[in-house]
Each structure stands twice: as structure tokens, then as C-alpha cells.
Design a binder for this molecule. Structure first.
Ligand code: LRH
Ligand code: MN
Length: 424
């Protein structure tokens, strides 16, 4: 199912007058509206290949039908999302869930939709049918050198797939850890992980990055070898300049101040990027901005301030990616909502009067500081995000057009109701 430009133009025609009025209302109060719009147009968020089907939990999975059955159909779905919101021009693959059998064909298909390949993800948290040694007791931290070697070779193979696709980063998340006290020697586990990552690091092409993702628990419930930002930062600092720390919003214990972690990683030049999602309890992988949109805004406020302090280009300086699981929502609708929420938080952060905020901080004027932040947060920036989308050739209302065109029904007609789960 393809969304053609004429579909988008027809829908936009019906909404143009109201949009123009709303846009002019919010724009007249802004001194930097053109800059904000240009930055929003340039800001794209990568779609994970494993989030185009229905997710699930150990208690069940309720497939919605019409889901992608192959890498080619996943690329088509990301192409569809990008056609609607002109803000999702890249896809991140997970190996072996999405092995590009023919890299040239896959690259051609992606560029047909205006897409490129972001980071490639390795997977040593599951045993594959043809795998010799099990990762039951870990992978890069495993006590058995042969298991570590198997995991190292897998990561090097993932880099090779990525090089064929012009990707520029290897993203590593390790479920390695322990379920019970005494099961692991913590120092030994960390040292073996570091030694294994070092061997993978040496296989990185010069212009590549290694993103080290941390997570406090699940699937291990006593310790995780790379459990928090400090452990990831320690590893990426010891590994070298190509290694940085990846922040998955759902990988924090209750009460963690994620925006502070982001500010410090940025200060150190060790912020790889993000796996955006939202959560109320654990690694819930819910729609971005669906539970705690104010935290997302505060994170973007630190990003804008910190990236400007380092003269970094917002769109290309770090990796912007969603990592969510759709248990009850239509995967494409969920992703459209997530991209919108991320761009709204970015737009709000661009409206923060950073100079006035610095002044308030200088004066310890706590009340004024909050007023400055919340003035930006309480500004309805949706017309700005829509204007950027319109100028980029997208739909003023992507979700409404997705539904109006009956895309999911068409996909079900094309692909059927029951679909294989490829991914989590
Ligand atoms: C682990 C994680 C990691 C992935 C996986 C799909 O919870 O966030 O980023 O590899 O989800
Ligand atoms: Mn993640």
C-alpha cells in the first residue's frame, strides 16, 4: 500500500485554511519562528525494524493483521510513515531478525522510499536455532571464552552487514547479568564484557560508532552487567572515542533524573543517542509522550542547551530513534504518535528563552526559571510541527490520512490477518 503525494495534497487542501490561522497565531508571538521551522524540517527520527508488528508480553500477543512478513515489507511500512510525516527517513535493523540477504537490493528499495539505514543492532540475548553455544548464562560476559568468542564474532558480522548498508553505528544491548546473589563475580563479569567489547571495537571502521545501551533489569532480575549510565559510560570511556552511551528512556529505575544524565553525557561528548518510548513502571515501551510528556520536554531542553553549547547540529549530532512495543495499538499509528510527540517536545525546547533562563539561574530566581520553562512547555507548538511537515511535503494530519485511506485494511487485504512475529 503506497501513500501517493496526491493523497497528501488532497487532505492538506481541506485543512489548509484552519492550519494557516493556527500557525499564524502561534508564529506571531515568536522571534525565531523561521529557525524553529527549519530545525523541525531537518529533524528526523529513526524507526526500529522490530516495531512494525504487534509486540506482546509473556502473557500474550494480540496480532492486528497486515503486519510485515519480510524486511522488504518493513521498509515499505517505514516508507509509508515517512511519506505521511516526512520525519522518519531512516530504519534501524536488528540482526538476525532482519538479515539483508541482498544488500544492494535492500538499499535500492530503501532509497526508493527516501530512506537510509541508521545503527544496526546485534542480538546475543536469544539463542538462534543453528547456534552452537547458548547465551543462557550470558554472552560477552560469559565465563566460557568460547561463548564470548561466538558473541564477539556475531557482533563483527553485524558490523559487516551494516557496512554493506552504509550504516555508521553498531548498537549493543546486553541482557547479560544474574538472577541471584552469588551467581556472578561482578568485577569478573564487567572485565570480561570490557575485553569482549574491546575486540569488537577494533573491528569498527574508522568512521563508525559503538553505542552501548544500559538497562537496570529484565530479563535478569538481580544484576545486569551494563545496568546503568555509569557502567555504560565507564565502558565507553575505557573503549575509546568511537564508543558512546545510548539512553533508552525506559531503562531507568523509578525517580531517576534522566535529563541530568543526558546533560552530563552530552557534556562529556559521550551521548550516542536515544531509544525514545515512555513508561510508568518498568521498560514498558509505551508510546512516546503518552505517560510523562513533561519529562520528555525537560530532556529536550537539556539537549538543545547542551548541543548548542558544543556547537552540535541538532539533526545529525546524535542518534534519534524510537524503541517501543505495540501491544494493543496499530503499530503504524503508534509510531506516528511517537514521532509527533518527539517533535512537539523538540519544538517546545526550541522556544525556551535560554538567555533569560541563564539570567534567572544567575539570580537564583527559581520562580522565574520555572516560568520560563513552563511558558515554552505550555505553548501549543503543534501548528509549528504541522507547518514544518507541510513544507517538507507531508500530511498536515498524518494519523487522520492513514485512517481516511484505510491503510491498515489494505495491508490486511494484501498480507492477511495472521502474521508471523519477527522480533520481540
Ligand atoms: C532492550 C531493548 C534493546 C533492544 C530491544 C529490542 O530492552 O531496549 O534496545 O535491542 O529492546
Ligand atoms: Mn532499547
Amino acid at each position: 500500500m503506497q501513500v501517493e503525494q496526491h493523497h497528501i495534497d488532497e487532505l492538506n487542501q481541506g485543512h489548509l485554511a484552519k492550519h494557516k490561522q493556527q500557525f499564524e497565531f502561534v508564529a506571531e508571538g515568536l522571534s525565531n519562528v523561521d529557525t524553529v521551522i527549519q530545525k523541525l524540517i531537518a529533524f528526523n527520527i529513526t524507526i526500529p525494524s522490530w516495531a512494525l508488528g504487534t509486540g506482546g508480553t509473556r502473557f500474550g500477543r494480540f496480532s492486528g493483521g497486515g503486519e510485515p512478513r519480510s524486511l522488504e515489507e518493513k521498509i515499505a511500512d517505514v516508507g509509508l510513515i515517512h511519506a505521511l510525516n516526512r520525519s522518519s527517513n531512516s530504519i534501524s535493523l536488528h540482526i538476525p531478525w532482519d538479515i539483508p540477504e541482498n544488500a544492494a537490493t535492500i538499499k535500492a528499495l530503501a532509497s526508493h522510499y527516501g530512506l537510509h539505514f541508521d545503527a544496526v543492532n546485534s542480538n546475543t540475548f536469544q539463542d538462534q536455532p543453528d547456534q552452537e553455544l547458548s547465551y543462557k548464562f550470558g554472552s560477552l560476559n560469559h565465563i566460557d571464552k568460547a561463548v564470548r568468542q561466538q558473541a564477539i564474532e556475531h557482533n563483527i558480522q553485524v558490523i559487516k552487514y551494516g557496512v554493506e548498508l552504509d550504516s555508521k553505528a553498531l548498537s549493543v544491548w546486553l541482557s547479560d547479568g544474574s538472577n541471584f546473589p552469588g551467581q556472578l563475580n561482578m568485577r569478573g563479569a564487567f572485565e570480561r564484557t570490557f575485553d569482549s567489547l574491546q575486540q569488537i571495537y577494533t573491528a569498527l571502521p574508522d568512521d563508525w560508532k559503538m553505542w552501548v545501551e544500559y538497562k537496570p533489569y529484565e530479563p535478569n532480575f538481580y544484576s545486569t552487567t551494563i545496568g546503568d549510565w555509569g557502567q555504560s559510560y565507564l565502558l565507553s570511556s575505557k573503549l575509546g572515542n568511537k564508543a558512546q552511551t545510548l539512553v533508552d528512556l525506559g531503562h531507568h529505575l523509578q525517580g531517576a533524573n534522566i535529563e541530568q544524565i543526558v546533560a552530563l553525557l552530552l557534556m562529556e561528548g559521550k551521548l550516542a543517542g536515544f531509544h525514545f518510548n515512555d513508561s510508568k513502571y518498568g521498560d514498558d515501551d509505551l508510546t512516546v509522550g503518552s505517560i510523562n510528556p513533561y519529562q520528555l520536554f525537560l530532556i529536550f531542553n537539556e539537549l538543545v542547551e547542551g548541543m548548542d553549547a558544543r556547537g552540535m547540529n541538532h539533526a545529525t549530532g546524535i542518534g534519534w530513534m524510537i524503541d517501543a512495543s505495540h501491544n494493543i495499538k496499530d503499530p503504524i499509528e503508534d509510531l506516528l504518535q511517537s514521532v509527533e510527540a518527539i517533535k512537539i517536545a523538540y519544538a517546545q525546547a526550541l522556544l525556551v528563552d535560554q538567555a533569560a533562563l541563564k539570567q534567572a539561574q544567575q539570580n537564583n530566581d527559581v520562580v522565574q526559571a520555572q516560568e520560563i520553562l513552563q511558558n515554552a512547555y505550555r505553548t501549543d507548538v503543534r501548528p509549528l510541527v504541522a507547518q514544518a511537515r507541510l513544507l517538507a511535503g507531508g500530511a498536515l494530519q498524518p494519523l487522520a490520512l492513514f485512517r481516511k485511506l484505510g491503510v491498515r485494511d489494505n495491508l490486511i487485504r494484501e498480507r492477511g490477518l495472521k502474521t508471523v512475529a519477527t522480533g520481540l
